[in-house]
Design a binder for this molecule. Structure first.
Ligand SMILES: [Zn+2]
Length: 196
């Protein structure tokens, strides 16, 4: 039987907010991304920040992107994107979760996303590969995603992996985070097993 491939694309619908101390609220609060850069040039030295605001009091937190970098060291196309608040550039920095975690108390990665599939999984589908694309990585767990795709519980996903019905890439576990370009193989007639 020919093997088949079904692609799924995870489309983030919002930017993760961050949790950090607000000096005005005098406690940890949630800060949302304003989707605006702030660029400061002091002679030839440039600072670039992405601006976040406290949800309670609108106080500003500047997320440092470049600090005191010589203007010649910043690619001119990128500089234009900072100046024009280019959306994909903003999202690129706003999804640098580990960098943000180092700067804040926490990052709220429970964001809305859309799962776009090219076609439905067919009930008689055998030896199929599920390909996952995700432009932005935000810590979504693979078992949660596969449960959503296959319409089963997370426990079932773990069992399928254990039984070799679902084959994950080496070093990837059901509890691993979803990254771009993941390929998961469905072996045999998994649907028959699902219905048992
Ligand atoms: Zn505040």
């Amino acid at each position: 039987m020919n093997s088949k491939n079904i692609s799924y694309e995870i489309i983030a619908r919002e930017i993760p907010s961050v949790i950090r101390n607000c000096s005005k609220c005098k406690r940890n609060t949630e800060f949302y991304c304003s989707e605006k850069f702030r660029v400061n040039a002091n002679q030839k030295m440039v600072d670039v920040w992405l601006i976040y605001n406290c949800v309670c009091c609108e106080s500003t937190w500047n997320y440092p992107i470049y600090s005191r970098v010589h203007v010649n060291k910043i690619n001119s196309e990128l500089h234009k994107k900072f100046m024009g608040n280019d959306k994909s550039t903003i999202w690129h920095y706003a999804f640098q979760i580990s960098r943000l975690r180092n700067l804040c108390s926490d990052v709220n990665t429970e964001i809305c996303y859309e799962l776009r599939k090219e076609k439905e999984l067919q009930s008689m589908m055998q030896n199929t590969t599920i390909s996952i694309r995700s432009q932005y990585e935000f810590g979504l767990r693979l078992d949660k995603l596969l449960a959503e795709i296959l319409g089963v519980s997370r426990t079932k996903i773990a069992t399928f992996v254990q039984d070799g019905l679902l084959v994950l890439p080496p070093h990837v576990k059901p509890k691993s985070k979803v990254v771009d370009h993941l390929h998961i193989a469905i072996i045999g007639n998994w649907y028959a097993d699902k219905l048992k």
